[in-house]
Design a protein around this ligand. Structure first.
Ligand code: UDP
Ligand code: MG
Length: 161
């Protein structure tokens, strides 16, 4: 049984989620964590940090040609960010669903951005958009030893094994 659970856990996917400075300042840390936690995803790493501008530019390197890149990196490095790794079946794709569309005007009600944000430049949360970015972003923000391996008591109720 334990072996089965470990095998199951090893297959689980991980995503990088960050509450940006606006979400932290607005007191939305618990709200965001709660939505991922209640869904059944497992928190395996968390820290609060003020990223440097250089670090923010690394995080958003894919967007460096976009006109908003500089302002975005200034903003991400302007205050504390809650960086997290969440684990679970389908967490990358479903995490993006929980977050909602990039522009909060287009995010559905019920999503984090839909319920809690108004403009694209202050959309409170980041989530990896695919398996490759998830891997790269987790490696950028966390050392391997900062990811905690554990079996949650809820897992057998969430996954049925
Ligand atoms: N962004 C912006 N203006 C835009 C598009 C994006 O300020 O026109 C910001 C926004 O905060 C977004 C971030 O840049 O969350 C990263 O953009 P991306 O397209 O990767 O959106 P996300 O993956 O965060 O939904
Ligand atoms: Mg993105």
């Amino acid at each position: 049984m334990l072996q089965e659970q470990e095998a199951h856990a090893a297959e689980l996917e991980r995503t990088f989620i960050a509450i940006k400075p606006d979400g932290v300042q607005r007191g939305l840390i618990a709200e965001v964590i709660s939505r991922f936690e209640r869904k059944g995803f497992k928190l395996v790493a968390i820290k609060i940090v003020v990223p440097s501008k250089d670090f923010a530019q690394k995080h958003y390197h894919d967007l460096k040609e976009r006109p908003f890149f500089n302002g975005l990196c200034d903003f991400l490095s302007s205050g504390p960010v809650v960086a997290m790794v969440w684990e679970g079946e389908g967490v990358i794709r479903y995490g993006r669903k929980l977050i909602g569309a990039t522009d909060p005007q287009k995010s559905e009600p019920g999503t984090i951005r839909g319920d809690l944000a108004v403009i694209v430049g202050r959309n409170i949360i980041h989530g990896s958009d695919g398996p490759e970015t998830a891997k790269d972003e987790i490696a950028l923000w966390f050392k391997p030893e900062e990811l905690v391996k554990y079996t949650s008591n809820a897992e057998k109720w969430i996954y049925g094994n």
